[in-house]
Design a protein around this ligand. Structure first.
Ligand code: ADP
Length: 526
């Protein structure tokens, strides 16, 4: 579809004239009080609101013409429609990625690195527009959304650099006439399935290392947040990444997922999302014995000891709990506080939570946006009701926000116990459940009493305790006196049912590489 037709189509959807809209490059993050409809129209005008899939470098509709609506979670308004693709489009995207692999993988690391670096530069140059897209379709406050763009882009920059460091080995031979080498080679086509809570960063931390290694990708973003993925894909083309290296399909999740996991041409599945879907994909990938990386659900404990610095603990807990309105897999799900500091912490924490400003992500000073949809609000409500029915007390919030729809009040619950639903499963919302403990051993027991093992946090000023507890926690990530620990330079991933493999850092490259042993025999050196 041409840009002009896209413009008409989107204009019709949002019932808004373009007349008063400033040009894209005059829009800055300070203008966050602009309303969502104007921003959507402006993004459309400047070509950032793509509404087709990308297959083999061509913007593509669903073959049967079907579409799905993409809605603003804060208002329920339709932003645009995107193709509802399925198995046929996915198979074509796989074929394109397969064709592109032979030339992309043969490029020098330096050439791939340059393309990635250019992609990073474009993301940073357009961070306002990408941030606006994230707020539009996902709801998080614009400042946080632009933060996600900078974080997401950092994976592209980091892996542009790592592309040049895919070293092999020479192994001392056991026989005089042999020489033994280890080569590292790209796995091939990668099926990339991502969720809605970080519409950009969950893609870049998979696609960055994949492309750096020489792989090509078929991305399936969440059907709730495809627009950021499409804009990022457009920037990949502008960066000179060849057609077919990055493909994007969206629509029927299980049809697309089936096509990706069953195709013998796809050699790797990388997924971030629910544990249930992750298990399904892992089982499906067994048919063709693919490599699989999974970033699944968490149930993060945040353990606050009596000897914690209260201000540090408050700041860290607030950040890890209420980031993205509690919708991240590393958000504190259980705040486990030692008895000596419990009352003091509960009261100071409740005061801090009370000051969180709830509203549309484009509103000035908003710290808490909407939840992603009605189902998410219902889940939060049911968890809170379950806790109250089993004896938890509401210190703050505990109900839908006056703004209605997808807004839920930032909530603090006390007297929470380990057998409540909210302690067993991820609430994925702005609810902070406080549990109490007496001894360090008891705290470790509560923290590890879950099938999940992604992130954990501890707050203490005792150095020995911080080492002891960090080592005892069955988690892939431990924050000590820090609530926000994710970075492109450190490995992200979980123990137990929180997943397989690591993303980010030098370890993130290994997921997209095969190891090949080459033996040169009968060298006859004499
Ligand atoms: P969440 O609960 O966070 O939405 P999901 O696991 O449902 O987590 O979704 C994460 C990603 O997985 C999304 O892109 C979604 O469309 C996709 N997905 C959901 N079901 C399937 C499936 N059966 N096969 C492949 N992908 C799926």
């Amino acid at each position: 579809m041409t840009l002009a037709r896209m413009a008409v189509r989107t204009c019709n959807l949002i019932h808004r004239s373009f007349a008063s809209i400033p040009h894209s490059n005059t829009l800055h993050s300070r203008q966050i009080s602009m309303d969502a409809q104007s921003i959507a129209a402006q993004l459309n005008n400047s070509g950032f609101l793509r509404n087709q899939g990308l297959v083999g470098g061509k913007w593509t509709d669903a073959y049967d013409g079907k579409t799905i609506k993409v809605c603003n979670p804060a208002t329920g308004e339709v932003i645009t429609k995107v193709p509802c693709m399925g198995g046929r489009e996915t198979n074509d995207a796989i074929a394109s990625a397969y064709d592109a692999f032979s030339s992309w993988s043969k490029r020098t690391a330096a050439e791939r690195s340059k393309c990635l670096r250019k992609w990073y530069d474009l993301m940073i140059a357009h961070r306002d527009e990408l941030g606006q897209l994230i707020t539009l379709e996902q709801g998080k406050p614009l400042k946080e959304a632009i933060g996600e763009v900078i974080y997401g882009a950092s994976f592209i920059e980091f892996f542009a650099e790592e592309a040049k460091r895919v070293y092999g080995d020479i192994i001392p031979s056991t026989l005089a006439d042999r020489r033994l080498f280890v080569l590292k080679q790209p796995v091939g086509v990668v099926g990339t399935i991502t969720p809605w809570n970080f519409p950009l960063a969950m893609i870049t931390r998979k696609v960055g290392p994949a492309l750096a290694c020489g792989c090509t990708v078929v991305i399936k973003p969440s059907e709730l947040t495809p627009l950021t993925a499409l804009a990022a894909a457009e920037l990949s083309l502008q960066a000179g990444i060849p057609p077919g290296v990055v493909n994007v399909v969206m629509g029927n999740a299980s049809d697309i997922g089936d096509a990706l996991v069953t195709s013998p041409q796809v050699r790797k599945i990388t997924f971030t999302g629910s544990t249930a879907v992750g298990k399904k994909l892992m089982a499906g990938a067994a048919g063709t014995v693919k490599k699989v990386s999974l970033e699944l659900g968490g149930n993060a404990p945040c353990v606050i000891f009596d000897d914690a610095d209260l201000d540090v603990a408050l700041k860290g807990t607030l950040a890890t709990k209420f980031r993205n309105s509690g919708q991240t897999c590393v958000c504190a799900n259980r705040i486990i506080v030692q008895e000596g500091i419990y009352e003091k912490f509960a009261s100071a924490f409740t005061n801090a939570v009370q000051n969180l400003n709830v509203g549309d992500g484009f509103g000035e000073g908003v710290a808490q946006g909407p939840l992603i949809n009605e189902a998410a609000v219902q889940k939060v409500e049911s968890f809170v009701q379950d806790a109250i029915s089993k004896g938890a007390k509401v210190l703050l919030g505990g109900k839908r926000h006056d703004l209605g729809r997808t807004f839920y009040e930032p909530t603090v619950l006390t007297d929470v116990k380990s057998d409540m639903l909210i302690s067993r499963e991820e609430v994925f919302g702005p609810v902070a459940p406080l549990l109490q403990f007496r001894t360090e051993e008891e705290a470790i027991g509560i923290a590890n009493d879950t099938n999940a093992g992604l992130a954990a946090y501890i707050f203490t000023t005792n150095v020995q305790r911080s080492w002891r507890v960090a080592e005892a926690l069955e988690y892939g990530i431990v924050g000590v006196n820090e609530g926000l620990v994710s970075t492109e330079v450190a490995p992200f991933g979980g123990f137990k049912q929180s997943g397989l493999g690591r993303e980010g850092s030098k370890y993130g490259m290994d997921e997209y590489l095969e190891i090949k042993y080459v033996c040169l025999g009968n060298m006859n050196f004499n």
